[in-house]
Design a protein around this ligand. Structure first.
Ligand SMILES: [Zn+2]
Ligand SMILES: [Zn+2]
Length: 349
């Protein structure tokens, strides 16, 4: 038997092709995919052949945000049944390196993360009709949850970790004034979580009205298009800045500068967006004693994300603006690249 995959052969060379279907090894299950979200990293692989030092050096099946249905159990699998609908955790740390042993598996030295070109050979991803994956990476979703919502568990896990990093330093978000710069999928989900955690104000900035409209559906108390209405942020810049916590989700230099200007002295900025070298106004950061904190992927947050989705705690479907069948993977990528139109674009199987 064969199965279809969406495989990138190099920059701008995305192909839907068939490969032999490999059944589940012991401890694995075979999944029939239902939906898979396109992430910024998939776009970078496609548009630029990679990002920073990470380059596509061999054909790679893209995708690390997916959900599907269990269709076959490998030997020794317990706790899952054929027919279970599951969100797929793309993260597979080794469990034995120094970071794994220390309880920080997101920094695993031999991390296997699906759809990632970081290591060579590349770790093949989830944009495919069928996938054999470790049973431990499958989290059962509730009956009413759509495949589309379940496929958002991965970016939600990223944002849960970001919120956790913020609360480690700044205390609970309840009652706090929160700024979110960048209203893509990660910004939208940080917005929803800040609101869920009881933030008093959640102000979201972006350059596009479409993404800001989605941010309002996910709980933003105010949105500012900094391209057309930058002055709307002025009241928040008063008194050295008025936000307690900022989630910087754009990785754009002007937004980072704005984030530092708008965050209050002693405040906290969580850098969620990722890019290469970016200039930042260190004088302001230091002078205001702002904590600038990184956040990377997730660990236990994946299970917590699935629980939130199962509980219907967040309007996940509002974020998914487009869906395309696998045959139209290139069109799906183009739609995801057009930030004036889309927030989260998914491929369906
Ligand atoms: Zn992602
Ligand atoms: Zn490890």
């Amino acid at each position: 038997m064969e199965t279809r995959v969406c495989r990138l052969h190099g920059q701008n060379d995305l192909r839907v092709e068939t490969i032999p279907l490999v059944g589940p090894a012991p401890g694995e299950v075979l999944i029939a995919l239902g939906a898979g979200g396109i992430c910024g990293s998939d776009l970078h692989y496609w548009q630029d052949g990679g990002f920073g030092p990470i380059r596509v050096r061999e054909p790679i099946i893209l995708g690390h945000e997916a959900a599907g249905t269990v269709v076959e159990l490998g030997d020794g699998v317990t706790g899952l049944r054929v027919g279970d609908r599951v969100a797929l955790n793309p993260s597979h740390p080794c469990g034995s390196c120094a970071y794994c042993v220390d309880g920080h598996p997101q920094h695993c030295l031999t991390m296997r993360f699906k759809g990632s070109a970081l290591r060579f050979p590349h770790e093949q991803g989830m944009f495919r009709d069928h996938l054999a994956i470790g049973a431990a990476q499958c989290h059962v979703i509730a009956p009413g949850v759509s495949m589309s919502a379940a496929a958002c568990a991965e970016p939600l896990a990223v944002c849960l970790r970001a919120v956790g990093r913020a609360e480690e330093r700044a205390g609970p978000l309840r009652g706090k004034r929160v700024l979110v710069t960048g209203a893509g999928p990660i910004g939208a989900l940080c917005t929803a979580l800040a609101k869920l955690h009881g933030a008093e104000a959640v102000v979201v900035t972006d350059l596009q009205d479409t993404t800001l409209a989605v941010a309002r559906q996910l709980g933003a108390t105010a949105t500012v298009n900094v391209r057309t209405d930058a002055g709307a942020l002025d009241p928040w810049l008063a008194d050295k800045g008025r936000f307690d916590v900022t989630f910087e989700c754009s990785a754009a230099a002007p937004a980072i500068r704005q984030a530092i200007a708008a965050t209050r002295p002693m405040g906290t900025i969580i850098q969620v967006g990722v890019t290469g070298d970016t200039p930042i106004p260190l004088n302001l950061l230091v002078g205001k004693e702002i904590g600038l904190i990184g956040t990377h992927r997730f660990d236990r947050e994946f299970a917590a994300a699935v629980s939130l989705i199962n509980a219907g705690a967040l309007p996940m479907d509002a974020m998914v603006t487009h869906r395309f069948p696998l045959d139209l993977a290139a069109e799906a990528m183009a739609a995801a690249a057009d930030r004036s139109q889309s927030v989260k674009v998914q491929i369906t199987f």
